[in-house]
Write a protein that binds this ligand. Structure first.
Ligand code: HEC
Length: 165
């Protein structure tokens, strides 16, 4: 086979291939949806991202002294904003996911509370406003907890300490 013939043969083969592909749609109708189970989404995705958001307001005391996660440099504030915006976007993923979508208005209301706390955190980071960041971190925690209390109450049970503690 000459080069030209080879090239023609190759493009004919490609044509045949694309005709076969055209026969069945490359993508199913409508947007693709995640099939990650809710438990995995919560444990691996939401929790992890929320921890990143909370880390910017973490204040700890230990034997070595006090440690603060408070953003200092412009880059820190940028990163805090990125973490908050990532969480905002994840709320849309949660709401749109077939695996997690519950047909209950309360479910969507709780997701909206997480979204508004994440947005508040992004705005505070953009404005380099630490008090705002703290307030948003608390609102975020409250939003997570209140959905759990409604849909997975066992998660929020605080173990009672034995008498004497
Ligand atoms: C719209 C309701 C809702 C919101 C909002 C919500 N969760 Fe959840 N979460 C659930 C439900 C329901 C479960 C139980 C899932 C299961 O066990 O199948 C759960 C489970 C979890 C778990 C346990 C996962 C495991 O491995 O057992 C973690 C951790 C968690 N959520 C973190 C968070 C965090 C952090 C937030 C806030 C940023 C949040 N959740 C917001 C509904 C919600």
């Amino acid at each position: 086979m000459t080069h030209r013939k080879l090239a023609l043969f190759a493009s004919l083969a490609m044509l045949a291939g694309s005709a076969a592909l055209a026969a069945r749609p490359a993508h199913p109708a409508g947007p693709a949806r995640s099939r990650l189970p809710l438990k995995e989404f919560m444990g691996h995705v939401f929790q992890r991202n929320a921890e990143q958001v909370w880390a910017w307001t973490a204040e700890e005391e230990d034997a070595q002294g006090s440690h603060s996660g408070r953003p200092v440099s412009d880059q820190d504030w940028e990163n805090a904003e990125s973490d908050a915006l990532s969480l905002t976007e994840l709320t849309y993923a949660l709401e749109g996911s077939a695996a997690t979508g519950l047909d209950d208005p309360a479910w969507r209301r709780h997701i909206a509370s997480v979204r508004s706390a994440a947005n508040a955190s992004a705005h505070a980071a953009d404005a380099h406003d630490y008090q705002g960041l703290l307030k948003a971190a608390n609102a975020l925690n409250a939003a997570c907890v209140s959905c759990h209390l409604r849909f997975a109450p066992a998660l929020e049970v605080v173990p009672t300490l034995p008498k004497g503690f």
